[in-house]
Design a binder for this molecule. Structure first.
Ligand code: PLP
Length: 423
């Protein structure tokens, strides 16, 4: 029998992959805590929590136990016309940690669909009130997913060529960086004053796919305020930033103005199962509440609010709120701060940034997003047992909160060595 990586090549088509240039996929056979094991039993510290999902550690025993108990009780049931304890309990637990203005939850299956649901809510909110608006505002370099609505509002991808003719109508503004706050606010005001803007979608404070680009909370707060003045629905895409990564449960807590709609996925289910939630205010919900059936939100997925996924999410929130997990978040945040003191003056480091457990450094070299030097760095990290995924000239760390001090030190050491040996 051939090994897994060889068998993979026959039938599998991987995401975000040009198979002719990158034919190899690493077979991972198991994972625990912050460590991945490949089919030759080589270990890798998961420095990006498998795309920011497994924040409480891979194969967490408490989450496994809760999933197992739920699997024995109720696997799945239609969520139109039916409900169940895990969904209700999850809604109550989420309300405890979401900003106070959030009142209603809508389920879908991943971050992209959570964005699409948010966009549909914003468009139909105006439509239902007899005031059709068809423009969305989004940040340059934002990322909201790969389905059509989400792709339309994403500002990043140079790979969207075949689809651009079919995109929603979107106006883009730069992120507020503290220096340009007034300009960006003026630009947004001039766009929303036309009265055609339905919603503004943004990743609050940290743009994950733009390589952990960070922006200014005061500046963003002002933008949300302008939207509120013009009845523009604000949508915080917290798919990446949610569940403790920024040092608060949600990045939206850093702003005084709260979003009308929030989307979450990734760490919502702690890497165990795919699920997403789009939450909204009572006011948004009320625009759909009617004797007229067609004013409802006619969107649904077969696996909406899957009971096992809900139980897993509920277990994740229990962990997040525990003293133990909060102490881990604090510990990792402080470790990154100390590492930053060491590394930021390195001649090959152009700049660094941090919010909570999210840490990024920009290299003083020009690199393509998926270019050769980037590949070389990636191979160096993996060769040394650390899974980091540089983006352009940015190296970032977003390890599981439970990563040990020793594992963190290994991540820092391999980054330090890469600066000296690879660049
Ligand atoms: C990952 C991500 C998405 C898309 O989520 P998928 O589950 O990959 O569809 C959307 N928004 C943000 C901010 C993300 O980081």
């Amino acid at each position: 029998m051939k090994n897994i990586s060889e068998r993979d090549k026959k039938h599998l088509w991987h995401p975000l992959t040009q198979h002719k240039l990158h034919p190899e996929s690493l077979a991972v056979t198991r994972a625990k805590g912050a460590v991945l094991y490949d089919e030759n039993d080589k270990t890798y510290i998961d420095g990006i929590a498998s795309w920011y999902t497994c924040v409480y550690g891979h194969c967490n025993d408490f989450i496994i136990q809760k999933a197992y108990e739920q699997m024995q009780r109720l696997d799945h049931v239609v969520f139109s016309g039916f409900t169940h304890e895990p969904a209700v309990a999850l809604s109550e637990a989420l309300m405890d940690i979401l900003p106070d203005n959030q009142e209603k939850l809508f389920f879908s299956d991943n971050g992209s669909t959570a964005s699409d649901v948010a966009i549909k809510m914003a468009l139909q909110y105006h439509f239902n009130r007899g005031n059709k608006r068809n423009v969305l505002v989004a940040f340059e370099e934002g990322f909201h997913g790969d389905t059509f609505g989400a792709m339309s509002v994403s500002g990043l991808s140079v790979y969207n060529g075949p689809f651009e003719d079919f995109f929603l109508s979107v106006e883009r503004i730069p992120v507020p960086d503290g220096e340009n706050n007034r300009e960006v606010a003026d630009k947004l005001r001039s766009i929303v004053e036309k009265g055609t803007v339905a919603g503004f979608i943004y990743e609050p404070l940290v743009q994950g796919a733009a390589a952990m680009k960070m922006h200014d909370a005061e500046g963003l707060n002002a933008l949300i305020g302008i939207c509120k003045e013009h009845d523009v629905v604000t949508i915080a895409d917290e798919v990446m930033t949610g569940f403790g990564k920024t040092g608060k449960y949600f990045a939206s807590e850093y702003m005084r103005h709260k979003p009308d709609i929030m989307s979450m996925s990734k760490a919502l289910t702690a890497g165990m199962l795919p699920m997403a939630v789009t939450s909204c205010t009572q006011e948004i919900y009320d625009a759909f509440y009617s004797d007229d059936i067609s004013k409802g939100l006619f969107h649904g997925h077969t696996y909406s609010a899957n009971p096992v996924a809900c139980s897993v999410a509920l277990a994740g929130i229990t962990l997040l709120r525990s003293e133990e997990m909060q102490a881990h978040i604090q510990r990792v945040t402080e470790a990154h701060r100390r590492f930053d003191e060491e590394i930021k003056h390195h001649p090959k480091v152009a700049s660094t940034r941090q919010l909570g457990v999210i840490y990024a450094l920009d290299l003083r070299v020009k690199m393509e997003r998926y270019g050769n030097l980037r590949d070389k760095l990636f191979r160096f990290f993996m060769g040394n047992g650390v899974f980091l995924r540089p983006l352009g000239n940015t190296i970032y760390i977003l390890a599981p909160y439970v990563v040990t001090d020793e594992q963190l030190q290994q991540i820092y050491n391999v980054i330090g060595r890469a600066l000296d040996e690879v660049l």
